[in-house]
Write a protein that binds this ligand. Structure first.
Ligand code: 0A1
Ligand code: ZN
Length: 888
């Protein structure tokens, strides 16, 4: 494992001295001693800086080196700190390197490893160097030919590209030869060998070719790939229709594994997926899982163009492929939803995820621009900022140029850089030139970190009938960013009159109004816009659809928020207004509780309850929309609204609020549970999923208010539900509310779900979100005992994320206990996992990085926990970077 601690800087980028035109890899696959023979055709680049040919290697045993067929002499190369350097390659040269590796001992799950005795690879970002010596950087693109030799029990032997040959070797072992005609960087290499079953289909492409589609899973899962296959076909079609991008392969393969550090990986033609983003049926996947599978299948498929055909020049450019591909994935998932209202729900969910996870990242010790300037460990930069904020930055091009303009820009980018490695600047320039625009100021989005704040003031002049909007943007100063510059911010706005109607928007100097939603393009610290012919009292609807990843501040009174929550024609902004109202209401509870500590004496704002009720019963709004908007803001969202985070107080306020709402709106909620209960066999469909969401939302308010019928219904949905959305929905309510029936339900599910890894993860996750019950074991102790359960393995990332990461990130007061027991568990597990899987330990460790924002009693213990870990020797580079940045 690498525990080197060097910082890599973007400014130090140097082009490679050599290209590797072709690489021929032969794998003798044996679990504990695989032999890898690599033969590269190396060609010096014109204008290179030197003749040194530099390769990376990690955890490799070097067996032999040949240069142009001759055993190499030791003075021809040097080995130094994970690098193999050939001193002088001046001519095209064939270099053969034989290495030995131990996939069985590879618990980092980077490089070649075993999952349930099957061979799997993960090479992004720097896993390929754990397979063989190679210039393991994204700007070295080679054509790969791969030969796999494997024991005869190995049913399936896969690599990228096309199958050239397969058969049985003289010694009885099997072989397969694959050739990938597309040059690719080494991080896109993949191989899979083992016992899998396959679901196959075909698709006619828009170039009249037919492609073979295959989804490989471990035996027993054959019937769980129908949804994934359907999503794959939809994604292929969508990219053809929306962007004119056609699948360039004869065969496109997906393999599902239960042992994977991340979500999925876009290896050329051979995507490898965490099983949770592939497998679905009524017994293992919830409505949200079905939606997530569609998004992730889309995401990996779209990488085929944005990532694989055009890749990144260096890892600082990661958002070039990730921000763009997340944006494409979001657009795809949105287009797959029939109604406008369903699309809005998707947008609300995406924005909420950004606000609760990316905004804190951008204001904490790991804040970085979407194109970072430095890193110690690149694996730490697969972040919400690079992915989700990156996607918002890409979305702004579309907001500015429209869908057609964006499409032109994307086409221009792909035309210019197809088959090569590009930069974020290349993308921006292609967008600018295709749209005849000056985007030089827009470059700041790539170099400035922190969430910009836009404060808005408005003024209506009744006599002049003008309405002025003044915007003031402020950007955070950070180390390395002492003087942040104003950004180019497309801000979509609308104006409501006093009847709640949108008014036509006419700016001073314009002959006629132009629409009712307009994009103001901010580019200075302070700016003013004047709307004319505004003859009735107006109210601004700001940042419609979340047109830019900024925090919009506008002093709105409670009544104005109510007005917007009821009337805004922009459904996204209605949800925004209602969320602000919810936070106001909860904040009032927090203040009260701080004084009285008596939850029973609290009474919610009438205006809030009335608006809540009106929305709940507004049948013109879809159930999915109502379920999303009426959910109390997550505790993480509330944390973001507080100056100092007090987890126990916030939980108490939320519980009290839920209870009060449940009591007051009992009849409406009971009605929703009844009318939203879906009958018949389970089918995933966004509308039905919306009904189920509203049903469980209503049930959770009823249970929170102690409603006995609600408790009975919870039990019924668990016992009688014919799908996992119902069963898990009921189980979550029972465990989170600490209902007496919860233990019986947990016991039953542990028996029924024990053989299905996906369900084990759900079972663990539910318990990570439990609430302690007076007189019983505290949740933190329960987590410890679950770690000893045979169903839990600390070696399995999904298990760790479900139980530990969920507990650390969302356990609230159960994790942040005043006796420090939660932090002690954090220390032990982070260090334990770091000894074998640094990517996972680093991700787990990030749950404490915003320690400064917590109340002093907690923050001092959080700091000590971080410092204790940072004082340990032999931390991985991954974990070291996280804890050191957190405390320094
Ligand atoms: N590129 C993949 C995500 C991914 C990144 C790193 C990995 O290992 C360190 C694995 C997967 C994606 O965006 O889907
Ligand atoms: Zn991606």
């Amino acid at each position: 494992m690498s525990n080197r601690q060097t910082v890599v800087y973007r400014k130090d980028y140097k082009a490679p001295n050599h290209d590797v035109e072709t690489i021929n890899l032969v794998f003798d696959l044996i679990p504990d001693r695989t032999i890898v023979t690599s033969t590269m055709h190396v060609v010096p680049r014109e204008g290179r800086e030197s003749d040194e040919f530099e390769l990376n290697g990690e955890s490799l045993q070097l067996v032999s080196i040949k240069i142009n067929g001759q055993p190499s002499l030791t003075n021809q190369y040097a080995m130094n700190a994970g690098k193999l350097i050939f001193h002088s390659i001046k001519e095209p040269t064939d270099i053969e390197i034989v290495t030995r590796i131990n996939p069985k001992a590879n618990l980092e799950l980077s490089g070649l490893y075993l999952s349930n005795n099957n061979f799997i690879t993960q090479c992004e970002a720097e896993g390929f160097r754990r397979i063989t010596y190679f210039p393991n950087r994204p700007d070295v693109l080679a054509k790969y030919t791969v030969t796999l030799h494997a024991p005869k029990e190995c049913k399936v032997l896969l690599s990228n590209g096309n199958l050239v040959d397969q058969g049985v070797l003289p010694d009885g072992r099997k072989y397969a030869i694959w050739h990938d005609p597309f040059p690719k960087p080494s991080y896109l290499f993949a191989l899979v060998a083992g016992n899998f079953t396959v679901n196959e289909d075909k698709i006619e492409l828009n170039n009249d070719k037919t492609a073979l589609l295959q989804i490989y899973t471990e035996p027993g899962n054959e019937n769980k790939t129908v949804h994934a296959m359907d999503c794959l076909k939809k994604a292929i079609r969508w990219d053809e229709v929306r962007y004119g991008l056609t699948l360039d392969l004869e065969r496109f393969m997906i393999v599902a594994t239960n042992d994977f550090n991340m979500g999925a990986m876009e290896n050329k033609g051979l995507n490898i997926f965490n099983a949770k983003y592939v497998l679905a049926d009524d017994g293992v996947a919830t409505d949200s899982d079905y939606a997530a599978i569609e998004s992730v299948i889309g995401h990996e498929y779209f990488h085929n163009w944005t990532g694989d055909r055009v890749t990144c020049r260096d890892w600082f450019q990661l958002s070039l492929k990730e921000g763009l591909t997340v944006f494409r994935e979001q657009e795809f998932a949105s287009d797959m939803l029939g109604s406008e209202s369903a699309k809005v729900v998707k947008r609300i969910k995406d924005v909420r995820a950004l606000r609760t996870a990316q905004f804190p990242e951008d204001s904490g010790p790991m804040a970085h621009p979407i194109r970072p300037d430095s890193y110690s460990e690149i694996n730490n930069f697969y972040t919400m900022t690079v992915y989700e904020k990156g996607a918002e930055v890409v979305r702004m091009y579309q907001t500015m140029f429209g869908k057609e303009g964006f499409k032109k820009g994307l086409a221009e980018y792909l035309r210019r850089y197809d088959g090569s490695a590009a930069t974020c600047d290349d993308f921006r320039t292609a967008m600018a030139e295709a749209n005849d625009a000056d985007l030089s100021q827009f470059a700041l989005w790539y170099s400035q970190a922190g969430t910009p704040r836009v404060s808005v003031k408005t003024q209506w002049d009744e006599s002049k009938k003008t309405f002025t909007i003044t915007t003031r943007q402020s950007n955070r100063t950070l180390p390395g960013q002492p003087k942040p510059q104003p950004l180019m911010i497309p801000l979509a706005v609308g104006v409501l009159n006093d009847k709640g109607e949108d008014i036509p928007l006419q700016l001073e100097g314009e002959p006629l109004p132009v629409g009712t939603t307009r994009v103001l393009l901010l580019n200075q610290d302070v700016q003013t816009w004047t709307l004319v012919n505004v003859d009735r009292r107006p109210l601004l609807s700001l940042g419609r659809g979340f047109s830019a990843p900024v925090i919009c501040d506008m002093d709105l009174t409670r009544d104005q928020l109510v007005f917007l929550a009821k009337n805004d024609s922009d459904l996204f902004n209605r949800a925004e207004a209602f969320e602000k109202l919810s936070i106001l209401a909860i904040d009032a509870f927090i203040q009260e509780l701080r004084k009285t500590q008596n939850a029973n004496s609290l009474s919610p704002m009438e205006a809030y309850l009335a608006t809540f009720e009106e929305i709940l019963n507004d049948e013109r709004l879809s159930p999915a929309y109502r379920a999303e908007i009426l959910k109390l803001p997550s505790e993480q969202a509330i944390y973001e609204s507080q100056i100092i985070i007090e987890p126990a107080l916030i939980r108490a306020a939320c519980q009290a609020m839920q209870k009060k709402i449940g009591q007051r709106l009992k009849t409406s909620f009971e009605d929703k549970v009844k009318t939203c209960t879906t009958e018949g066999i389970y089918k995933y469909d966004p509308d039905l999923a919306g009904k189920r969401a509203l049903k469980f939302l209503s049930l959770s308010y009823l249970v929170a208010s102690g409603n006995p019928k609600g408790v009975q219904q919870t039990r019924n949905f668990f016992e009688k539900g014919n799908n996992i959305t119902d069963k898990l929905g009921a189980l979550s309510i029972a465990v989170h509310s600490g209902l007496p029936i919860r233990q019986e339900m947990l016991n039953k599910s542990s028996i029924a779900w024990a053989t299905e890894p996906l369900l084990i993860n759900k079972w663990l996750e539910v318990q990570a979100l439990a609430t302690s019950v007076h007189g019983e074991m505290p949740v933190v102790n329960k987590i410890r005992s679950l770690m000893m359960d045979p169903l839990f393995s600390i070696k399995n990332p999904n298990n760790v994320y479900s139980l530990l990461r969920t507990f650390f990130a969302k356990g609230g007061p159960e994790f942040h206990t005043l006796d420090g027991s939660g932090y002690q568990l954090w220390i032990e597990t982070v260090l334990n996992i770091d000894s074998f899987n640094p990517q996972v330990s680093a991700r787990l460790a990030r749950t404490l990085e915003n320690w400064r924002r917590y109340e002093p009693r907690l923050s001092s213990m959080m700091y000590k926990a971080l410092r204790y870990v940072s004082q340990q020797k032999n931390l991985s580079a991954d974990l070291r970077e996280i804890v050191d940045k957190a405390i320094n």
